[in-house]
Design a protein around this ligand. Structure first.
Ligand SMILES: *Cc1c(COP(=O)(O)O)cnc(C)c1O
Length: 401
């Protein structure tokens, strides 16, 4: 959670700018706000880091991906290919726009693979909601070839991959629209917040309206605006956006420090028998928020997790059994336990979520242990952590279960 480690005077200054004027609303009030537009500044900072033509800040990463799907034309009855390893918001967003999630295989990139996507395509497939997991990126050359071959819409949930890129293009900018999260656990935080990015002006305009009850935001009188579409309230407040501005300015520094820590960890651990790492299709584009270790098999990984516990090693996630990031823990999705009836319950699933098999995803997530990289670590702390990890893995691998 690097951003939260660096909360300080810069964030307080941006918040105070807003408190001075009292205009907590991101639109209108030109007279009273004294030139203070924090949501706009936040969007400008995100454009600067990603190179996106358009950025639109909203209330969360969840509402950003929901808006990205809607603005890309994904809706009722459309099959959308999704990964079984993501934060649950991705799947909820697909369901709540009325679409039908179809799970496909990930691989050692921790993201949907081109092959996994291709195998899940049916006549009803409209889109792929690709998720760039654990600070890294998917294999975009392979995936874009499939997207083009089958004429699919690509929407990217880059909730965990702000400031990551693939061959020079930021995650989130390969498809029609992409989203980032700025919740408390991401590389930069707004407290709560999300940003949608796109290079398509029409998609941007639709997203801008959709996330504010359809308002077109033309003119200075909110009451007299036009409403090209129906929408909802996914707005970000100026206070949250103010924190997002200060935090986003720190991201280049955070990324640089994270990369230094991560490359030292990789160097120190790469000689340890039993340790390999998740695949980074473009190592130079890593946001380096996680060190993703792959153990030889699930059984060994579970024993390493136990060894970490005994040795007092912390700061890692074993997603296979924990954290609600993997399908094995998603009973509410599998059994469609919903507060009220969703379109999928009338249209029917395309896949039986309880009996479908995703052996490759099970194998990869079973082997995966992810350590969060902290940008405030000292080099000694990095070396000490590597030593502890190596010791636990060596002990485990040497002694058969
Ligand atoms: C964090 C996250 C989200 C949700 O973001 P919030 O800001 O918490 O709503 C969505 N997708 C992914 C991949 C995430 O990691």
């Amino acid at each position: 959670m690097p951003g939260t480690e660096l909360f300080g005077n810069e964030e307080r200054k941006e918040i105070n700018d807003v408190l001075e004027t009292g205009i907590l609303f991101r639109f209108n009030h030109e007279q009273q706000r004294n030139g203070i537009w924090k949501a706009r500044d936040f969007e400008a900072e995100v454009r600067k880091i990603t190179g996106a033509k358009y950025a639109h800040a909203v209330s969360s990463g969840s509402t950003a991906i929901a808006t990205a799907l809607a603005a890309s034309g994904i809706g009722t009855g459309d099959e959308v290919i999704v990964p079984p390893f993501t934060y649950i918001a991705t799947i909820e967003a697909v369901l709540f726009v009325g679409a039908i999630p179809v799970f496909a295989e990930i691989d050692e990139t921790l993201c949907l693979s081109a092959k996994g996507i291709e195998q899940a395509i049916t006549k009803k497939t409209k889109a792929v909601c690709l998720v760039h997991m654990c600070g890294g990126m998917a294999d975009m050359d392979g995936i874009m070839a499939v997207i083009k071959d089958y004429n699919l819409v690509l929407v990217e949930d880059a909730g965990q991959a702000f400031a990551a890129s693939y061959k020079g293009t930021a995650t989130g900018l390969f498809g029609t629209a992409g989203s980032y999260s700025f919740d408390f656990f991401k590389i930069a935080t707004a407290g709560e917040g999300g940003v949608l990015v796109t290079n398509d002006e029409n998609v941007y305009k639709l997203a801008d309206s959709y996330s504010d009850h359809g308002h077109d935001h033309v003119g200075a009188n909110r009451g007299m605006e036009q409403h090209p579409v129906l929408g909802f309230n996914y707005r970000i407040s100026e206070l949250h956006a103010a924190v997002g501005v200060a935090q986003t300015r720190k991201v280049p520094h955070i990324r640089e420090v994270n990369r230094k820590h991560k490359s030292l960890l990789v160097e120190l651990l790469s000689q340890t028998e039993g340790i390999s790492f998740a695949t980074l299709p473009d190592p130079d584009g890593d946001s380096a928020t996680f060190l993703n270790i792959l153990l030889p098999d699930t059984e060994t990984a579970a024993r390493v997790v136990a060894a970490f516990g005994a040795a007092g090693v912390s700061g890692f996630n074993y997603w296979y059994v924990n954290m609600y990031h993997f399908i094995n823990q998603w009973d509410h999705i599998k059994n469609l336990k919903t507060a009220s009836k969703l379109p999928i319950e009338i249209l029917g699933k395309s896949q039986d979520y309880n009996t479908m098999e995703l052996p490759k995803s099970q194998e990869v997530i079973g082997r995966l242990i992810s350590f969060g990289i902290r940008c405030t670590w000292t080099e000694d702390e990095v070396r000490a952590l590597a030593e502890k990890i190596a010791t636990c893995v060596r002990m485990t691998v040497a002694v058969p279960a």
